[in-house]
Design a protein around this ligand. Sequence first.
Ligand code: 5AD
Ligand code: SF4
Length: 359
Amino acid sequence: MNQLEIILAKNNFTLEEIVYLLQTRGAEQAFLHAKAEALKLETIGNRVHLRGLIEYSNRCSKNCYYCGIRMANKHVERYVVSDEEVVDAAIFAYKNKYGSLVLQAGECSDNAYILHIENLLKKIMQVSNGELGITLSLGEQSRDTYKRWKEAGATRYLLRIEASNKELYEKLHPANHSYEKRLRCLYELQDLNYQVGTGVMIGLPFQSTIDLANDLLFFKSFDIDMVGMGPYIEHKETPLYAECKQLLSHEERYQLSLNMIAVLRLMMPYINMAASTAMGSIVEGGREAAIRVGANILMPNITPFKYRENYFLYDGKICIEESQEDDLVNLKALVSRAGSTLGWDEHGDSKHYWHKQNI
Ligand code: 5AD
Ligand code: SF4
């Protein structure tokens, strides 16, 4: 057996082995991808689940150096989707058998906002007979807020760690953002029995392959249920753009992202893993490739079109124009190109989560 086969025959990879796997290209990379695809089919099958994504608001009290909708970016026209439009989007997702939706926004934590979300969750539950799975992606909040939102109907929460290396995290965020707080939030979400998702950006300035390998070990040791990760894509109106000369090419970030997905699927066979919008934005066909190598979740954008150009996290984000990238016909074609089928009308819960509950 060659070195790659020896590594892949194991079920626990060391840091050095993960680094090796992440760096494979050509025939070795194809072999890694085929292994990950085969394991996915064996464990969670070939169904891809949908989460209708509502980009609820681009108001944000944070200033992450990489993000286009950071508070300090004055060129952004701020919006909040009306309750009526959210409810309409939820009904659309329900009627079209998406099975679940994600409510995502920048970070706000004033009392009025917290209450507003709580009531909105109750409305969504009502119009979907409590059948739509609801995921929140609304940033760092207090334990009490997470608890209230869970009681109002949310079952899953996405909060990316962005970079699990504290030093790297601190290079990507201003001093008033706290790595410890982010970790605490993840623990609290887990403790409240949410299905918890996290993730990182891939190909960031100052990030090494060792950092990425450690990110994967972090997901494993945290026993995470869901992961959404994708390439970092620069945005001109952000401080991190100053570092764009030291970035890997888009193609390299894309290849590295595919390998991250494949290796994580081998490490955590039962988790849910998204084929992120950033994967589809950096390379055409990126989302189907992500599904091929291990992802099993798609998050079609169902935000009303008039808001989409204002949720501009990075340059070249797809599904902004009134194109049909995320309509149902196209999604079906995308998934079938990836050799998979759509899991209609199912929550598509993380099997990893349920395995943990049944221990
Ligand atoms: N490139 C890629 N992903 C980004 N995000 C924010 N800015 C960028 C960017 N420039 C991701 C972050 C955040 C999610 C909502 O979007 O990981 O958690
Ligand atoms: Fe706000 Fe999230 Fe963007 Fe950070 S990544 S600035 S918290 S929307």
